[in-house]
Every structure is written in structure tokens, then in C-alpha cells.
Design a protein around this ligand. Structure first.
Ligand code: FPP
Length: 246
């Protein structure tokens, strides 16, 4: 029986972020090239996006390409970019059907022009959708995001647009790529690695972390339900005591 029926709809995470890891190992263990793992990873992207929308998750953010990933072999980078274009082309219909709004965070100008073009096209076409915001982190690095935000804020101080006293958490939030997204409630990382890898460092301050050994291409709806059920069993105290919450 599906685990879906064990999920409490009144206590869903508002924002799930996923580090989709293990594509390369999945492929290598089967005797294939790493890029085959990425190809199969796109299938998990599809099922996860659809399941989240169906469950009523309002925000899903996927770590699709980090600033560090540019250092991978040229062929792998090229394949990942091609997969991105083909997935965007293929999935636009599904996004419209499920009223999913596409969003992107990261250094988007660093992406090849062909990727930027497709990305901006789908972002524009889906901008009025309201069921779920799907954010792709592309050429994204959290430290890079914080450097960027700091520069913008300093610039505003220098030009007397704001004063140093105006700098608070809200203001910093407003200068991050994620400015319109709520904090992450649940961060999932697949493949057994227990690292954050420069992903949403500011935004996961109070997130629940969930690690699974499953490689990303093998990640199913049931694995997603398992993560959400696990999240729902945790007590989120945000620094308070357990007694203060009850
Ligand atoms: C990590 O596995 C995965 C990535 C760096 C890329 C994720 C990309 C996809 C799933 C496909 C395209 C995405 C979208 C949104 C359509 P890894 O290569 O680091 O695996 P390893 O740790 O086993 O080497």
C-alpha cells in the first residue's frame, strides 16, 4: 500500500528543497557513462515535481547545477545543459496542466544562451500559475548568493539609499535570489552523502534535514512520501522548549 495515505495534509512542509545526488554512481554501478545517470535523473525530477504538486506542496526547489559543477568534464556539462533544454521543452505542458510556476535562482547569465532562452520562455509562460512554484537552482552557490547580496546592500548604503541601521534579516532576505520564497522546511539529500554543498545556507537555518541512501535516479514517489512522513513526526522548536510549544 502507498505511504501517501499516512501524510497529514494539514502539516505539509511549505518549502521542500532537494539535493539530487548520486546520478553518476547510479550509472557507474550499472556499467554506464555518468551522463546516463543524469538522463535517468530527469525521470525522478518529473515524478517528484508531479507528486509535490499533487500533494499541495507550495514550493519545491531543486539543486540542478552548482557553481562548482562548471568544473566537471566538458561533455558532462554539455549533456546537463542539453538535458535541461529538452526537459524544459518537454515539461512545459505538465507545468501548465498542474499550474506550476517555474522560477530560477543562481547566476543565470553564466548559462549558455540557448538554456537562458528556453528557461526565460518557460518562466514567462508559467508566470501566472499558482499551485506550486518550482525553482531550479542553476549555476547556484549559496556563498556566491551572499556575496552578491552583500554587494547590492553596500552599494545602497554608499549611495545613501539605505543606512546601516536598515540592515536586518528581512533586508538581507530581500537581496537573495530566493527573495520571494519562504524559508526551507524540509531539505532532502539523496545518495547517502550528508553534506549541504553550498546550497541555500541562509534559507535552511531552521530546516529539517533528511538524508536517504537512495540514488537520485531511483528516487520514487514513495521515497518522497517517506521523507514527508518523517518530517511530520519531528518537533520543530525554532529555539523554544518543547513545553513552550504545547
Ligand atoms: C548530482 O549527481 C546531480 C547533478 C549534478 C545534476 C542533477 C541534474 C539532473 C537530475 C538532470 C537535469 C535536471 C533538471 C531539473 C531537468 P552526481 O553527478 O553528483 O552523482 P555522483 O555523486 O554519484 O557522482
Amino acid at each position: 500500500m502507498s505511504l501517501k495515505s499516512n501524510i497529514h495534509p494539514e502539516n505539509l512542509p511549505k518549502h521542500i528543497a532537494i539535493i539530487m545526488d548520486g546520478n553518476g554512481r547510479w550509472a557507474k554501478e550499472k556499467g554506464f557513462l555518468r551522463v546516463f545517470g543524469h538522463e535517468n535523473g530527469t525521470k525522478s525530477v518529473r515524478t517528484t515535481v508531479e507528486s509535490c504538486a499533487e500533494l499541495g506542496i507550495q514550493n519545491l526547489t531543486l539543486y540542478a547545477f552548482s557553481t562548482e559543477n562548471w568544473n566537471r568534464p566538458k561533455l558532462e556539462v554539455k549533456t546537463l545543459m542539453q538535458l535541461l533544454i529538452s526537459s524544459l521543452k518537454k515539461e512545459m505542458k505538465t507545468m501548465q496542466k498542474n499550474s506550476i510556476r517555474l522560477n530560477a535562482i543562481g547566476n543565470i547569465e553564466h548559462l549558455p544562451a540557448s538554456v537562458q532562452k528556453e528557461l526565460l520562455h518557460v518562466i514567462d509562460e508559467t508566470k501566472n500559475n499558482t499551485q506550486m512554484t518550482l525553482t531550479l537552482a542553476l549555476s547556484y552557490g549559496s556563498r556566491d548568493e551572499l556575496v552578491n547580496a552583500t554587494r547590492q546592500i553596500c552599494d545602497k548604503v554608499k549611495n545613501n539609499i539605505i543606512s546601516v541601521e536598515n540592515i536586518d534579516e528581512t533586508l538581507i532576505n530581500q537581496h537573495l535570489y530566493t527573495q520571494n520564497l519562504p524559508d526551507v522546511d524540509l531539505l532532502i539529500r539523496t545518495s547517502g552523502e550528508k553534506r549541504i554543498s553550498n546550497f541555500l545556507l541562509w534559507q535552511i537555518a531552521y530546516a529539517e534535514l533528511y538524508f536517504t541512501d537512495v540514488y537520485w535516479p531511483d528516487f520514487t514517489n514513495e521515497n518522497l512520501y517517506e521523507a514527508i512522513i518523517n518530517y511530520q513526526k519531528r518537533e520543530r522548536r525554532f529555539g523554544k522548549t518543547s513545553e513552550q510549544l504545547h
